[in-house]
Design a protein around this ligand. Structure first.
Ligand code: CA
Length: 240
């Protein structure tokens, strides 16, 4: 599994889109491309990216219209947006930020600047996607090293369970519905049944139980009729 943050690049000029994609992939990102607003919306509907690089001038709806729409919808409200614009005019830049872009970058730009701004936007809006180590109670997850420990005990996880735990750990005590987990953890495979989530939650619990005993399994709570939650309090338990 490729664990890099997923970035949707919305740009109609193929040469620029390709250049951005090459640079992002080289820097460890997963890239999806869309050449117009409809393709962009399709991509977003299929899998929520960790960030969007959004060109202002697009055929059909403009990047500005897309940014506004995504900011008003619950599912896309938090997605970091980095706007590309050929307009250096201040009123235009303000319009971009007003529409909900987190930052903008003026064409032509260097790949170095693009990467720096993207990193900054991810750090601000989505620290979990920036590849940083997350610690909650005794549990530590290091996405770069692909390692999970509870206290000093290593927790052995399969790739899906790792991703699932990573996602839950980004928002402890919050209830995640099966549909939300499918969207964030499985993403690409929209036809997977919600029951699949239950299977992997069970495996995650077993791995935590194997590592630290019952306290580990108990950290993943089932919220009847709603979904699953990582209980932050349970993570305070020491390894047995
Ligand atoms: Ca364009």
């Amino acid at each position: 599994m490729n664990g890099g943050p997923r970035v949707l690049v919305v740009e109609d000029e193929a040469a620029i889109a390709e250049l951005i994609a090459v640079n992002l992939r080289y820097a460890g990102y997963q890239v999806a491309l869309a050449a117009d607003s409809r393709a962009a919306q399709r991509e977003i509907d299929q899998q929520l990216p960790d960030a969007v690089v959004l060109d202002w001038m697009l055929p059909g709806d403009s990047g500005l219209t897309l940014a506004r729409r995504w900011r008003t919808q619950e599912r896309t409200r938090q997605v970091p947006i980095l706007m590309l614009t050929a307009r250096a005019d201040e009123t235009d830049r303000v319009a971009g930020l007003d529409a909900g872009a987190d930052d903008y970058i003026i064409k032509p730009f260097s790949s170095k600047e693009l990467l720096a701004r993207l990193r900054a936007v991810l750090r601000r809006r989505a620290p979990h996607a920036a590849g940083q180590t997350i610690t909650a109670g005794a549990l530590t997850l290091d996405p770069a090293a692909w390692r999970v420990t509870w206290g000093s005990a290593p927790v052995k996880l399969g790739p899906t369970e790792f991703k699932l735990l990573h996602h839950l750990l980004c928002a402890p005590d919050r209830v995640h519905s099966r549909a939300q987990l499918l969207d964030k953890v499985w993403g690409d495979h929209v036809f997977i049944e919600e029951r699949t989530v239950d299977v992997h939650v069970k495996r995650l619990r077993e791995s935590l139980r194997n590592a630290v005993g019952e306290a580990g399994a108990a950290a993943i709570e089932t919220v009847r009729g709603a979904g699953y939650r990582l209980c932050a309090r349970a993570l305070a338990a020491p390894a047995q």
